[in-house]
Ligand binder design. Structure first.
Ligand code: FES
Length: 119
C-alpha cells in the first residue's frame, strides 16, 4: 500500500497521502508529516523552517509509528529539547511514512493554539 491516511488530532482532520509520490515540501522533507499537513492547510509550528534545528514541530504518533523511517541522530537530538517528550514523539518535518499503514498524529496541546485550518 502506498496510499495512506493521516488523522490529525485533536483537530480530527483526516487527509490522504501517497508514499510513492511524496508531497513536495516548502519546509521539511518531501513527504514528511509537516509537508502533508501544510499541503492540506494545516499549520503545524515549524520555527526553524523544517531543518531539524528546533523542536516546535514535535508531534506524537498515536498509530502507525512503525511505518515511519527511523529517526536519525539529529532528529533525536532536537527532540531531546521538546517539551512533553514521549516514546511516540517525532519531528513532523523529518518523519516520512512508507505508506504501509494509516497514521494517527497528535499535535501537542502547547502547539494547538498555533494550529489553524485554512480551508
Ligand atoms: S521545524 Fe524545526 S525541527 Fe522541525
Amino acid at each position: 500500500m502506498s496510499r495512506y491516511k493521516i488523522k490529525f488530532m485533536p483537530m480530527d482532520v483526516t487527509v490522504e497521502a501517497d508514499a510513492s509520490a511524496p508531497e513536495p515540501a516548502h519546509d521539511g522533507r518531501p513527504g514528511s508529516i509537516l509537508a502533508i499537513a501544510a499541503a492540506h492547510g494545516l499549520n503545524i509550528e515549524h520555527a526553524c523552517g523544517g531543518v531539524c534545528a528546533c523542536s516546535t514541530c514535535h508531534v506524537i504518533v498515536r498509530e502507525g509509528m512503525d511505518s515511519l523511517h527511523a529517526a536519525e541522530d539529529k532528529e533525536e537530538d532536537a527532540l531531546d529539547n521538546a517539551p512533553g517528550l514521549t516514546l511516540d514523539s517525532r519531528l513532523a518535518c523529518q518523519a516520512v511514512a512508507d505508506g504501509s499503514v494509516d497514521l494517527v498524529v497528535e499535535v501537542p496541546s502547547w502547539n494547538r493554539n498555533e494550529v489553524s485550518e485554512e480551508h
